[in-house]
Ligand binder design. Structure first.
Ligand SMILES: [Zn+2]
Ligand SMILES: [Zn+2]
Length: 143
């Protein structure tokens, strides 16, 4: 079990088990809602995420399928929820310990929308995980 929180500690949460995916998204929604160049996402079954301080969450529906939850006080981006898949997405940036468990990402998605290159040699999809494969510089290497 690992513990984590927003910056002001108004919302804390624990996750149990292993995430169903560990990937980096470069899409414009992830970039703008997180305020970062990309969003390192860990996908969990929602029952694996135990949240304390839910009254401090503000929800924003960022697309048809997904909503984002922020701390009302400090603005930290905390969760992405996808109700149709009963999924809650968190990010390693919020964890207080055991960060080593999340270093082995499996792929990048929406790499075609990136603002910086990431030269880690990992699998990179132009769009979602069914899209064309790109190299670290963004050149199509497989369709
Ligand atoms: Zn906060
Ligand atoms: Zn995204």
């Amino acid at each position: 079990m690992t513990s984590s929180s927003c910056h002001c500690n108004g919302v804390t949460f624990e996750t149990t088990g292993e995430p169903s995916f560990n990937a980096v998204c470069h899409c414009s929604i992830c970039r703008k809602t997180s305020g970062a160049d990309f969003y390192h996402s860990l996908g969990w079954s929602s029952k694996s995420v135990n949240i304390t301080g839910k009254e401090n969450l503000q929800e924003y529906k960022s697309s048809e399928a997904a909503s984002r939850q922020f701390c009302k006080t400090c603005g930290s981006t905390l969760f992405i929820t996808i109700p149709a898949y009963d999924m809650t997405i968190t990010t390693p940036a919020l964890y207080d310990d055991d960060l080593k468990d999340f270093k082995d990402i499996t792929y990048h998605c929406y790499y075609g929308n990136r603002v910086i290159d990431v030269t880690d040699g990992k699998t990179k999809y132009n769009t979602d995980s069914k899209g064309d494969l790109l190299d670290d510089a963004g050149k199509v290497v497989a369709k």
